[in-house]
Design a protein around this ligand. Structure first.
Ligand code: ZN
Length: 170
């Protein structure tokens, strides 16, 4: 059976990743190497090779950088995204509360935060996890159902938005 890198879609060679590395599947060694060693600007260009909106997130839940599809999906300019907390970047309603993103009572049950943290802690990737987020928009508050994929690379997490759909209101 062929294994494809979930990020660049190239075929992965069996045993490519060292056994003692927590990254066991999903990302090929070439992608992981690039992410670990590139500066922000070439990193952004590199992430552009990936299909779909991809963000690189640090342990605090801050977006390090993203690809063009990522900025488009967030409807945010790079300068309003890079270095900012995830909740502020996606317009999470809870991120506006005292303490901010990561410090409110709601953050303990935030699926995106939990998935990123678990991936960092265990090295396990999470694939297409449903996450319901309350976002504020010009038109008011909307609940958006995301499907997210997380993959650990060094001390950071690659976060892909596989789907983002506003919930139908009855
Ligand atoms: Zn790859």
């Amino acid at each position: 059976m062929k294994t494809l890198c979930a990020w660049c879609k190239t075929e992965m060679v069996a045993g490519e990743n060292r056994a003692d590395e927590p990254i066991s599947h999903g990302i090929c060694a070439a992608c992981a190497q690039e992410i670990l060693h590139l500066e922000r600007e070439p990193l952004r260009t590199f992430l552009g090779r990936f299909h779909g909106p991809v963000l690189l997130v640090d342990a605090d839940g801050r977006v390090i950088t993203a690809n063009q599809e990522g900025y488009a999906a967030l409807r945010k300019a790079p300068e309003k995204t890079d270095g900012n907390l995830g909740g502020d970047v996606i317009n999470c309603t809870h991120a506006r509360k005292p303490g901010g993103c990561g410090k409110t009572v709601h953050c303990k049950t935030c699926t995106i935060r939990l998935s990123v943290n678990d991936t960092l802690l265990t090295g396990r990737a999470h694939v297409k996890v449903p996450a319901y987020m309350d976002l504020y928009q010009i038109t008011g508050e909307t609940t958006v159902r995301f499907l997210i994929t997380t993959e650990k690379v060094g001390d950071t997490v690659l976060l892909r938005i596989d789907e983002a759909k506003p919930e139908d209101k009855e």
